[in-house]
Design a protein around this ligand. Structure first.
Ligand SMILES: [Zn+2]
Length: 485
C-alpha cells in the first residue's frame, strides 16, 4: 500500500476493491467541502454508478484522526471533523494514484503525532506564481502537511500591498529581471490573490501563516521608505544575497506606524491565529552609530544596541496580541532579552540547530523545530554531487526523516510545548517552481512521516521501500523529484 506518511494502524484484508466501481464521495453534509475537493482531485477515477464511497461522522474520534475501511463494495471514511475526513480521503487518493485496476481492502486507523507539520516557501528572493503555490499546497495536503509558512518579504522583495504604504509594492516588489532586461520579473500578490490562496488552502486543511521579517532583512522596506532607516539611505531593493547592515531604525517611532499598517493588513487577509515576525540575522552596526537609536537606548535603560531588538520584539508581540494574533519568531528573538523578556505567548521557531528550541521550552515558550543541522533546510543540496542545485550545505533525505522535534533531555512538561516541525525552502538559488519541486520532493514526504507517524512505527528502510511506489504518485501529479536516494 506504501502510504506516506505511514498510518498508525493498518490491517490488510485478502480482498480487493475494483476501482471501476468508485463513486463520488457522499455522506454527512457537514463534510461537503472535503467531499467536493476529493471529487475534483480524483475526478479521473470516479464512476457514475451506485454509491460506494461514504463519509461518516464519528464524534468519538480525536481531532485530525480518521478511520478508513475499504471493502469489496464499499469504502467508508469516518472522522469527528473535516480535517480527519480530508486526511482519510487523501490516504484513499494515494492508493488510487498508485494502482491500476484495484486497491487492497483494509482497515486503517490513523492520527498525527504532532499538530504543527509545516513547510515554508520564500517568495521574496524569487517570486512564485499563484498556480504554482496552489499546486504545492495541494501536494502538501496529500502528505498531511498542514501549515504553509509564507515568507512574503525580505531584502529582495516585498510581496503584498499595505494600505497607506504604496511604495512597498511600487518600489519594493522588485519588478525587474536580474540579468535579462525587458523581461518582467517579480511583482506582488494582490489582496484578491491572497484571499484566493488562503481559501484554496483552507479547503485542503492547510493553514497559511504569513511572515514579515522585522527589523532586519528589510532592504525592500528601506528602499521604499528611506526615512525608516538610521542613515536615511540611499537604499536599494537587493538583488544580491546575504545579511545587510541596514535595518529599520529602532529610534524612529514611525516604524511602529508601519508595523501597525502591516499587521492590520495581515489581520484582514489571513484568518490564521499566527503571524511570523522573523527577527533573524539582525546586524547592530547602524543602531550603534545612530543618534536616534542611542537616545532610545538611554530612554529604555539598555546598555547595548543589540538589546533594542528585544524591545522591538516586545512591541511587535504586543501589537499582534491586540489584533488577536500570536507571534512566531526565529530563535534569535530569545537573545539579549534580560530587560525585555520574550512575552510568554511568543512561539520560537528553532532553525540554528535545536538549541534555541530547547532553551525556549525551558523558559516555558512553545516551539516549532526546523533545525538546519538536521535536514530541515531544503534549499540545501540533496547530495554532495557538485552538479546538484542548492545552497550552502547538504540535507539528505535520511536526515530530515530522522529529525525528531523532541530532544532526549527535555522534561515531559517541556516536550509538551513542542508543537511540531517544519521544512524551509529559501529561494536565493531557486528561481522557479520546477526547481522548488525538485528541492522539496521527496524530502517533504520524509518530513511528513517524521511529524505524523507514531515514533515506534518509523523506520527509514521501510520508508525507502514505500517511497519507490510513492514516487509514481508524485510523477502522476507532475511533481519534479530528486531520485537518487
Ligand atoms: Zn537608528
Amino acid at each position: 500500500m506504501s502510504i506516506i506518511p505511514k498510518p498508525a494502524e493498518i490491517m490488510e484484508k485478502e480482498t480487493v476493491f475494483d476501482i471501476k466501481k468508485l463513486s463520488k464521495a457522499s455522506g454527512d453534509p457537514s463534510f461537503k467541502n472535503e467531499m467536493e475537493v476529493f471529487n475534483i482531485q480524483c475526478g479521473e477515477f470516479i464512476y457514475s454508478g451506485p454509491e460506494t464511497l461514504v463519509c461518516e461522522k464519528d464524534s468519538a474520534l480525536k481531532d485530525e484522526s480518521y478511520e478508513l475501511s475499504i471493502d469489496p463494495g464499499r469504502i467508508c471514511v469516518a472522522a469527528a471533523g473535516g480535517a480527519g475526513i480530508y486526511y482519510g480521503l487523501q490516504t484513499l487518493r494515494q492508493l488510487l494514484l498508485s494502482c491500476d485496476k484495484e486497491i487492497p481492502c483494509c482497515k486503517i486507523k490513523d492520527y498525527p503525532r504532532f499538530s504543527w507539520r509545516g513547510y515554508m516557501l520564500d517568495c521574496s528572493r524569487h517570486f512564485f506564481t499563484v498556480p504554482f503555490i496552489k499546486k504545492m499546497i495541494d501536494a502538501l495536503s496529500l502528505h498531511r502537511i498542514n501549515k504553509f509558512h509564507w515568507h512574503l518579504c525580505d531584502d529582495q522583495g516585498w510581496r503584498f500591498p499595505v494600505k497607506g504604504w504604496p511604495a512597498l509594492i511600487e518600489k519594493g516588489s522588485r519588478r525587474e529581471t536580474l540579468n535579462v532586461p525587458g523581461r518582467e520579473y517579480g511583482g506582488f500578490y494582490t489582496a484578491e490573490e491572497i484571499r484566493d490562496i488562503v481559501s484554496f488552502a483552507a479547503a485542503r486543511h492547510v493553514e497559511i501563516i504569513p511572515e514579515v521579517d522585522l527589523p532586519g532583512h528589510t532592504s525592500a522596506v528601506l528602499a521604499s521608505y528611506p526615512d525608516l532607516g538610521c542613515s536615511g539611505g540611499p537604499y536599494r531593493v537587493e538583488d544580491r544575497y546575504g545579511i545587510f547592515e541596514d535595518v529599520l531604525c529602532a529610534g524612529n517611532d514611525r516604524i511602529f506606524d508601519f508595523f501597525a499598517a502591516v499587521f492590520d493588513t495581515l489581520a484582514g487577509l489571513f484568518p490564521s491565529d499566527w503571524v511570523h515576525i522573523g527577527g533573524d540575522e539582525v546586524l547592530y552596526k547602524r543602531w550603534s552609530a545612530c543618534p536616534k537609536c542611542q537616545k532610545r537606548l538611554e530612554e529604555q535603560k539598555l546598555s547595548e544596541a543589540r538589546e533594542l531588538q528585544s524591545w522591538i520584539t516586545h512591541r511587535l508581540v504586543q501589537m499582534l496580541a491586540e489584533r488577536g494574533k500570536t507571534a512566531i519568531g526565529w530563535d534569535e528573538i530569545l537573545e539579549d532579552s534580560k530587560q525585555f523578556p520574550l512575552p510568554e505567548n511568543a512561539v520560537i521557531m528553532s532553525w540554528r540547530g535545536k538549541e534555541g528550541g530547547l532553551e525556549a521550552c525551558r523558559r516555558g515558550r512553545k516551539v516549532i523545530m526546523s533545525p538546519n543541522t538536521e535536514g530541515c533546510y531544503i534549499d540545501y543540496k540533496h547530495s554532495e554531487d557538485p552538479e546538484e542545485p542548492g545552497n550552502i550545505g547538504i540535507s539528505p533525505l535520511s536526515s530530515i526523516y530522522n529529525m525528531d522535534p523532541l530532544c532526549p533531555e527535555m522534561k515531559e512538561s517541556e516536550a509538551a510545548l513542542v508543537m511540531g516541525g517544519q521544512a524551509n525552502l529559501w529561494t536565493e538559488l531557486i528561481p522557479n517552481g520546477r526547481l522548488a519541486e525538485y528541492m522539496s520532493f521527496p524530502r517533504i514526504c520524509a518530513l511528513a512521516e517524521g511529524l505524523w507517524t507514531p515514533k515506534d512505527k518509523k523506520n527509514y528502510e521501510d520508508f525507502s521501500s514505500r517511497l519507490a511506489l510513492h514516487r509514481l504518485r508524485l510523477d502522476r501529479l507532475d511533481l519534479l523529484q530528486y531520485r537518487r536516494d
